[in-house]
Design a protein around this ligand. Sequence first.
Ligand code: TPP
Ligand code: MG
Length: 432
Amino acid sequence: MSFATTKFAHPIPLSTTAARSNDHKPFLDPFKATRFLGSTHKFRFHPLTNSNHINIHRRSAVVAVSDVLKAKKPKSTSNLLITKEEGLELYEDMVLGRAFEDMCAQMYYRGKMFGFVHLYNGQEAVSTGFIKLLKKEDCVASTYRDHVHALSKGVSARAVMSELFGKTTGCCRGQGGSMHMFSSEHNVLGGFAFIGEGIPVATGAAFTSKYRREVLKEADCDHVTVAFFGDGTCNNGQFFECLNMAALWKLPIVFVVENNLWAIGMSHLRATSDPEIWKKGPAFGMPGVHVDGMDVLKVREVAKEAIGRARRGEGPTLVECETYRFRGHSLADPDELRDPAEKAHYATRDPITALKKYMFENNLVSEPELKAIEKKIDEVVEEAVEFADESPHPGRSQLLENVFADPKGFGIGPDGRYRCEDPKFTEGTAHV
Ligand SMILES: Cc1ncc(C[n+]2csc(CCOP(=O)(O)OP(=O)(O)O)c2C)c(N)n1
Ligand SMILES: [Mg+2]
């Protein structure tokens, strides 16, 4: 598959009303115009402009879509989108993500976790579709909705669950918690509580790969970085700044927007002047793609191309995955704002059910094979809880570790010992 590349042919509509209307001719719509509930807006793919209004000196921007899926005939064995082994891997990863998050909800309500916990249910096709194509050396930057990205990248369920429990066996030794999954071993660059914060970190990681290859002459350094973030985050300045730098320097990065249509209780359509986020890619001179984020196979096809471009040194891609979260914003959110009809609509598009259907229809797997995976994952998740529960809490002395780069800084007293170990450390403050 290759992204269709086209020169601009029509002016970009300048008025927001025009941008939201459906009166321009579709360029290519591989997944049938996907409609946002609650609005008349449909996604449309149309050529942008190369008219006189656009600076003719800039590189020709491109708009890209995935059209391979139309061309492939799913019933024909030779044209199947996945092999049996690949299907089983994708299924296992998505089931792990779902089962893990369901368990988190249980543990949170039992008081085993603290702070905010944001679950990923419904969005699994995005994490699995991208991350299962990555190499270990490739980097992933996430958001506060980060448990499943870490799991897909290979951080063990034990290490993620222990982190959520605040235990020393967690991937950040219990110091990060739900919103800060990090693993240098797996190149998980972090969950980030501030929205948009992961995007510059990911851009920096992509810069590092390019620098190592081109300046330090490490020819085999073809590492790619994938940055995941939400629709609401795309209204944040860091997003635009990083698209600019990534395009300018042709960095090996894929920007993946998980457009679940909501930013806490704010509808994407109310908050964004032009809700078609993928179009912001071509504005910066990189391909922009819109894909059905509830279909792991479609996500994977787009991901293959975008990751491939980055690895070949052809630069960044912006991918907008239209997805949906099946739970509230966080476990503290009663989720009363979203229309029940909207939730019911997306529930029928469960990505795990969809993959199962595809595999059955194409005789790739049998029911017992999938049941065996589900059983295995249940055991993995149960065992992760037991492990986390039995693991020790960090000692008090760990409190200020990894907080300051200079170990002789604020956290260490003149006697060389941690200030927090001084019995007088908490004098006059509330007991913590
Ligand atoms: C810089 C910053 N501003 C505001 C917030 C508060 N906040 C937390 S989540 C959120 C919404 C983000 O929505 P989106 O990017 O769509 O991600 P989703 O939760 O849907 O995955 C906001 C505004 C924040 N965490 N960081
Ligand atoms: Mg969102």
